[in-house]
Structures are given as structure tokens and as C-alpha cells.
Design a binder for this molecule. Structure first.
Ligand code: GCO
Ligand code: ZN
Length: 299
């Protein structure tokens, strides 16, 4: 048995930390603070995070083949030039909705950017239901809507053989799978592969490891859980010192470390004083399993 250890590496305190992505070229961890309206980049060498402030809730960040990054900002897909701190809109979604924003997003193995929307929250997990949709931004910058009626569009990733797409709509308390056609980017045959237990609370961000097992961050559950998507069984639970664990990714040397983001929005003074690291970024080592490098957006 390897011994798991957990360290809070960035204590700046996000309001809603999300979308951790390892940027191998920079040797740094990218993530966003959604309601803090910041894209952040933490370096393990300087042990500091740099941040770029943006003008709307920023809910995911992804690598881009041509260099720099793409982000989901409000209801926009946008390009971000890091050095210049420059954001330019690529395209907008949910034009028929007044009160939605993007939430989690990730690039597929063919370089398409998947991201979903949700209604603006009144407070964490309290919002007008069924307002969200799941979209793909293709490398030619066209957008396709896959489905609507989503509550809180959240974690997503693809199986190692690229034939399954995993997806979380948080308020369904379920981790779902779809058949995936990598050629076209089409999804179908939705089914649930895991229902969260009560103490696991709300499923949020997710990533896959090199054994094809899923890691799901449990919002208000203070943990990440490892699931076998074939059997629907939970294989492992790793508890963290904060309740609002929001998402996870692998990074560092050979993708052998796990990074977990967390949130502090919705916590009162007493709760925050019990969990002073809320909103921090955590590094988990000793899991004995590695992750898959993130795919860059091909457009
Ligand atoms: O991080 C996200 O995905 C949402 O933007 C958050 O607000 C929480 O996850 C949500 O409140 C939990 O249900
Ligand atoms: Zn999320």
C-alpha cells in the first residue's frame, strides 16, 4: 500500500476553485476561480499563483494547440492570451436565456472543447432548475448543443479507448456514461454508472486515471472518490480537510500527483474558521496511480 499524503499548496482562497488542468509546457497548474472571476496559474517552483482577472464568471480553462488557452466565460467561449492578459470572445451560447453561465468544461481527445451551462446560483446548489445545456466548440469554431434540461453541468472526461464519454449533472447525484464517437464528437445511449451515497453529497468535477478509473470530487462531501465505470463500484475514498471539494486532475511529474480545487462560497464564519484552507488547492501524492495528459483545443 502506498501512503497517501495531502498538502494545501495554494492558500490564496478561491471563492469557487474549479477546472484544474496541468500545463506540462509551463510545468504549472491552471485553474479558475468562478465567482472570483480569475484564471490562475500556480507554479510548484515558485509556489506562487499568478492570476488574470476577467469580466465575468470564468468556469473552465483548457490548453490550446496554437499556444495559450481557451476559457468559458459567462456564456462565451473565449481565447485567453496569458502574457498579454487578453481575452477575446470566440462565440456565445444560451442566447435565449437571461440568467445562465457556463460551468465545467474539458477538451476531448480529438481537440473539441465540451462545456455545459447552468442557471446562476442563488446560493450553492440552489438555482432555477433545467436551465443548462451541454455544448461542444469544434476546432472550426462552430458550436453544437447536445441536449438541454441540465441542472448543474459539471465533470466530464473520456474513457481511455475514447469510446465512452463520462458526464455529471450534479443535481442528479449520478455519474453518467454515453457512447462516444470520436470521429464525429456525437454522444448517445446515456446511462448512470454510479449513484452517490448520502455522505458523498454532490458530484462535481472528475478525471480519469491510466487504469480507466474515474476520480470524482464531491462538493460538500470533502473527498474525492475513485470509481470503476465497468462495475459501478467505488474503489477508494480520499478525504480532504475541506468540505467543498470541487474538481480534480492529475499533474506534476508523469502525472503522478493529483490536484484538487475547493470552494469557500456559501460557508459562514464559523464554518470557515473550522476549515481555514477552504478555497485552497490541494496536492495529493502517494495514490499509486497516474493520470492522462489534458488534450489541447485544436482550433
Ligand atoms: O463548481 C461548480 O461546478 C459550480 O459552479 C458550483 O457552484 C458548485 O459545484 C455547486 O454549487 C455544487 O452543486
Ligand atoms: Zn464543478
Amino acid at each position: 500500500m502506498s501512503s497517501v499524503s495531502i498538502e494545501c499548496v495554494a492558500r490564496e482562497g478561491c471563492r469557487i476553485g474549479e477546472s484544474p488542468v496541468w500545463d506540462e509546457k509551463e510545468g504549472a497548474l491552471l485553474y479558475v476561480d468562478i465567482t472570483g472571476r480569475k484564471v490562475c496559474r500556480w507554479s510548484p517552483v515558485s509556489r506562487q499563483a499568478q492570476a488574470i482577472a476577467v469580466d465575468a464568471p470564468v468556469s473552465s480553462v483548457a490548453l490550446r494547440k496554437s499556444g495559450d488557452y481557451v476559457i468559458t466565460l459567462g456564456t462565451r467561449f473565449a481565447a485567453l492570451k496569458w502574457k498579454e492578459g487578453l481575452v477575446t470572445t470566440i462565440t456565445q451560447v444560451d442566447k435565449d436565456k437571461a440568467n445562465t453561465r457556463f460551468n465545467d468544461g474539458k477538451v476531448d481527445p480529438a481537440g473539441r472543447y465540451f462545456a455545459g451551462t447552468m442557471a446562476e446560483e442563488i446560493r450553492p446548489a440552489v438555482l432555477e432548475r433545467h436551465q443548462g445545456s451541454l455544448y461542444t466548440l469544434f476546432p472550426d469554431l462552430s458550436v453544437v448543443k447536445h441536449f438541454d434540461q441540465v441542472d448543474i453541468s459539471n465533470g466530464l472526461d473520456w474513457s481511455l479507448d475514447h469510446r465512452t464519454f463520462f458526464y455529471i449533472d450534479s443535481l442528479s447525484y449520478s455519474v453518467d456514461a454515453f457512447d462516444y464517437d470520436l470521429q464525429t464528437g456525437k454522444i448517445g445511449n446515456r446511462r448512470s454508472i454510479y449513484k452517490l451515497e448520502k455522505e458523498e453529497s454532490i458530484p462535481d468535477g472528475m478525471c480519469i486515471d491510466t487504469e480507466g478509473k474515474l476520480w470524482v470530487a464531491c462538493y460538500d462531501g470533502g473527498r474525492v472518490i475513485r470509481l470503476d465505470p465497468e462495475t459501478g463500484k467505488r474503489l477508494q475514498t480520499v478525504k480532504l480537510p475541506v468540505d467543498k471539494t470541487t474538481s480534480c486532475c492529475f499533474g506534476g511529474k508523469d502525472y503522478s500527483e493529483m490536484f484538487v480545487t475547493s470552494a469557500s462560497d456559501g460557508m459562514d464564519k464559523e464554518w470557515l474558521s473550522r476549515q481555514p484552507q477552504a478555497g485552497g488547492i490541494f496536492k495529493i501524492t502517494g495514490l499509486g496511480v497516474k493520470g492522462v495528459a489534458p488534450y489541447p483545443f485544436a482550433g
